[in-house]
Ligand binder design. Sequence first.
Ligand code: NAG
Length: 574
Amino acid sequence: MRPLPGALGVAAAAALWLLLLLLPRTRADEHEHTYQDKEEVVLWMNTVGPYHNRQETYKYFSLPFCVGSKKSISHYHETLGEALQGVELEFSGLDIKFKDDVMPATYCEIDLDKEKRDAFVYAIKNHYWYQMYIDDLPIWGIVGEADENGEDYYLWTYKKLEIGFNGNRIVDVNLTSEGKVKLVPNTKIQMSYSVKWKKSDVKFEDRFDKYLDPSFFQHRIHWFSIFNSFMMVIFLVGLVSMILMRTLRKDYARYSKEEEMDDMDRDLGDEYGWKQVHGDVFRPSSHPLIFSSLIGSGCQIFAVSLIVIIVAMIEDLYTERGSMLSTAIFVYAATSPVNGYFGGSLYARQGVSFLFRKEMDKADVYWGIPYPSYGVWHCLLHQFHSHLLPCFKSHSFWNNGGRLLHLFFCYSSSKSCWYNTWPKSVRFMEPAVIVCLGGILPFGSIFIEMYFIFTSFWAYKIYYVYGFMMLVLVILCIVTVCVTIVCTYFLLNAEDYRWQWTSFLSAASTAIYVYMYSFYYYFFKTKMYGLFQTSFYFGYMAVFSTALGIMCGAIGYMGTSAFVRKIYTNVKID
Ligand SMILES: *[C@@H]1O[C@H](CO)[C@@H](O)[C@H](O)[C@H]1NC(C)=O
């Protein structure tokens, strides 16, 4: 009776998903990226922030910089992803025209009082850099410099822009900061700029290449790590299939031999092993609601990762500000049905189907597990007036939108499995050990890639080797499934039937290792300091690890449940 709505749900979800994925593609109205001679070229001021934490950003004009005299500018759109990343472009007021050189000229004056001086000194002490855009090309410059004894502070006041053009397109921008001026209270500081246009041979399609860093993302290291993980995969798959083939065949042989003995013999015989729990394996897990919400979320996160990586491989998403994040958010909203379908059907299969649509309302509480942590940041960010503040508000919009879809597709086929009315008393093996050990191998297969991903997130590197990321994701899936199957086999053999949570947690414990790795990364690879940066870093990493853990857990559970169903359907139930 139920499979029909389930199938309909999936079909409708697929259609909706396609629709939503196509939506962001249709907005190509921003810039043509072509200019006529003397046409206005806009220099956008973006953010300013400490060099050592790329994610902490403030508005450029939160520092008391002055604005140029030009006031009117052409219309500009912001995308959602830009807003979420804290990109909020403001016009610099500089007069720049295509192929029109500007001799060094003062564009404005800063009236430096004590307060403004302190602001600059603080920024210089913390190695603040600012970021600007010309025709979507990012430009970075340093705010100022301190002398060795740290008493005098200097501001760079002269921006020397060199812009390369190829035909009617801008293909290259270089910024040189000059004109060091000492910060003395109650003086006037003149800000100046010059623009030089140069013919360039760089092709428009290749203009982002200079921002990529092939020597950092060395392909050799990647191949090496992939090769390494691949060996591990082969080894693991071999191991798993060997264990299962041999022991399962032996087990089946033993069990069927026992069946031929008469009842008397069997009562005396020592039946042991996984078959003993056949009456209990399909018992619902404890806390079925939380469990199915986690599995649903994990499936969704997996779908999002997969789709975003594929899209990123096809289109070079890094060339457009925030497009990566926009895509991820759209895909996240569009894949909510995946969450609803897997979570809902699992919940229904746990035998509580008649209530479950009402219960799914409650599931949203768990579904939004990462959200409370945003709340904590919200306070912190408010405290520090960070530039990112407004962006967190739009999260609730996506949360609610997704929730609607999610509830809508919570139909499923409910096929409850038979299980004993009274649970068998278990000889508990220590699942905690299994859980802790389970994450090591999956972590081992991804940690080299983690280094590159962390570095591109926290430092000024642009990640562009999505092909490798895809390979690593595939390897991660295989390793996770293999490891959890082995873990579950041992668990069931010890006649402990509580495999659902164990399989989920043993795969999810990868996250613990990733989080531990992030500590190492923090202390040895970044130069962040202070309460704000530290909480910022560990908060983001906690959310990242949690998401990764839920994803791995769901993958592990899915693989294991297929395995469990397979071995127990071959057993004759007496
Ligand atoms: C920018 O700097 C690079 C490296 O120094 C140079 O190759 C390129 O020609 C410069 N571009 C312009 C437009 O000056």
